[in-house]
Design a binder for this molecule. Structure first.
Ligand code: OGA
Ligand code: MN
Length: 294
């Protein structure tokens, strides 16, 4: 079996075939996958058979794996999926039943419906996310992606200059607040304090410049909050024009990898009384964006 990489969008996104991700990964295949991620930012594998352990083992080939933020914050509640490395992106409770409309974990999970980039609210943010589909509803529930390198390239020079050196404050509480989800204990709030991240960064895998913003980005340091928010809103609106986006319609057995350093993503609606079971493993970036090349 030899690995194939087929681009499916004019700017980013490729499908990768000819590799079984549940089997030991050959070094040449690992390198081909990494090169495809660096070039295309979103890569899609179909028909994979992974359990949680194999999904984590595969991810470890691409960097240190992060513990799920929800599990770190909510040590006291029972989680459905046991490994700390697996983020539960399903709409199921710890007994495997569809979450009640007002369930706390469901409200948190609805944050995924906003354009975001995983773990930008951590000082050392997320790098690659790898989401695997166990159960998919018949309709809806696509995941959309936006190419932040192409979006940056298309900005007017004047805007690029204005963005030089800007730093945004990112906080998970900011994205939750946008949906009216605000009831968190002081302990939880303290567990994930706001962090600074560059608004424009150089994507290490391609050396292209990219926007680094989205729903956890609250405001711009050194500017009135309102001005910063308006700037961030304008940039998100710019970056999510159809020419910069791709919608992934899931099939059971799909594994999608995206590079959080140069994309945003969001979940689309579906009938949440139906089961949608996706599980994610995310690798950690090497340092805060402030400590990386501008
Ligand atoms: C995620 C995420 C979107 C979706 O796993 O980080 O945002 O469609 N998922 O479930
Ligand atoms: Mn996400």
């Amino acid at each position: 079996m030899s690995i194939t990489v087929t681009p499916t969008h004019p700017e980013f996104v490729a499908e990768i075939g000819g590799v079984d991700l549940g089997a030991p990964l050959k070094p040449a295949d690992r390198d081909a996958i990494e090169a495809a991620i660096n070039r295309y930012a979103v890569v899609i594998f179909h028909g994979q058979k992974l359990d949680d352990e194999r999904q984590v083992a595969f991810a470890r080939h691409f960097g240190p794996v992060e513990a799920s933020a929800a599990k770190l914050r909510q040590r006291d509640i029972k989680h459905r999926l046991l490994a700390d490395e697996i983020a539960d992106i399903s709409n199921l409770d710890s007994d495997g039943k569809v979450l009640e409309a007002d369930a706390r974990r469901r409200l948190d999970w609805l944050g995924n419906r906003l354009w975001h980039t995983d773990a930008s609210f951590r000082r050392v943010p997320g790098a690659l996310s790898m989401l695997y589909a166990h159960v998919i509803p018949d309709e809806g529930g696509d995941t959309e992606f936006a190419d932040m390198r192409a979006a940056y390239d298309a900005l007017p020079d004047r805007t690029k200059q204005e963005l030089e050196g800007l730093v945004a404050e990112h906080s998970i509480w900011r994205s939750r607040e946008q949906l009216g989800v605000v009831k968190y204990s002081a302990e939880e709030l303290a567990s994930l304090p706001p962090v600074p991240q560059r608004v424009v960064r150089t994507h290490p895998g391609s050396h292209r410049r990219t926007l680094y913003i989205a729903s956890h980005a609250s405001h711009i340091l050194g500017r009135p909050v309102a001005d910063g928010r308006l700037l961030l809103m304008d940039l998100i609106e710019h970056a999510t024009q159809p020419r910069f986006t791709y919608a992934h319609a899931w099939k059971q057995g799909d594994l999608v990898i995206w590079d959080n350093r140069c994309t945003m993503h969001r979940a689309r609606p579906f009938d949440t009384t139906k089961v949608r079971d996706l599980r994610r493993v995310t690798t950690r970036d090497v340092a805060s964006t402030l400590e990386q090349a501008a």
